[in-house]
Design a protein around this ligand. Structure first.
Ligand code: 5GP
Ligand code: MG
Length: 187
């Protein structure tokens, strides 16, 4: 028996939770074409540098990036969390930024914007590096969960405040390989 089991194709068991289909592969791919078309238009001759935030955005990033027809570069970043014993707070460090982003047109790629804290943190780190522009491309956005306002230029889907898996997003490490997006079944 695999770690997940499909019941009537639409309900998925992952670990201790049930998930139901929410956004299909077809809907995702259709939306990606629209987003890519918009970016191709907005960034013609601007040679944007895409910075994808791992892990959750890897699948979305690959699918959007291959629909771009403009000259563009890409690199991958990760937020590493660790505890700071002195302040007892949680420190989050952005790792993997090898490009000089000074005077570059940056597009950050996220899987999902929830409270907005992750993005806020990333944006504040970028500020002092003086990029020419910074815009956000996110597959999913939960407006009702938003605590820190961030300006989102390209949003795939606005969704309710429910836990999501699939298409790169995980539940406790599993579910990233699903082609569709699933929503937790609230019992
Ligand atoms: P924020 O800092 O905006 O609250 O959180 C963003 C991060 O939280 C995302 O990049 C993602 O890793 C995680 N996250 C938020 N909501 C969900 C969700 O519904 N499902 C999954 N798998 N991760 C989520
Ligand atoms: Mg993420």
């Amino acid at each position: 028996m695999p770690y997940w089991t499909a019941f009537i194709f639409l309900i998925m068991q992952i670990h201790d939770q049930q998930f139901e289909i929410f956004i299909t592969e077809k809907q995702i791919q259709q939306r990606i074409l629209e987003l890519a078309r918009q970016i191709n238009h907005d960034y013609e001759d601007k040679k944007p540098l895409f910075l994808a935030i791992l892990n959750g955005s890897f699948m979305f990033t690959a699918d959007v990036f291959r629909e771009l027809t403009i000259d563009a570069e890409i690199s991958f970043l990760k937020l590493k969390s660790y505890r700071n014993l002195e302040s007892s707070g949680k420190i989050r460090e952005l790792i993997g930024l090898e490009h000089n982003i000074f005077n570059r047109n940056i597009i950050i790629i996220e899987d999902i914007v929830d409270t907005g804290r992750t993005l806020h943190h990333i944006l504040s780190e970028f500020q002092e590096l003086e990029p020419k522009s910074v815009e956000i491309l996110t597959l999913l956005y939960k407006p009702l969960a938003n605590k820190v306002p961030v300006s989102l230029r390209y949003v795939g889907f606005e969704i309710p405040n429910d836990f999501i898996v699939g298409y790169g997003l995980d539940y406790d490490g599993s579910g990233r390989n699903l082609k569709d997006i699933y929503k937790i079944v609230n019992s």
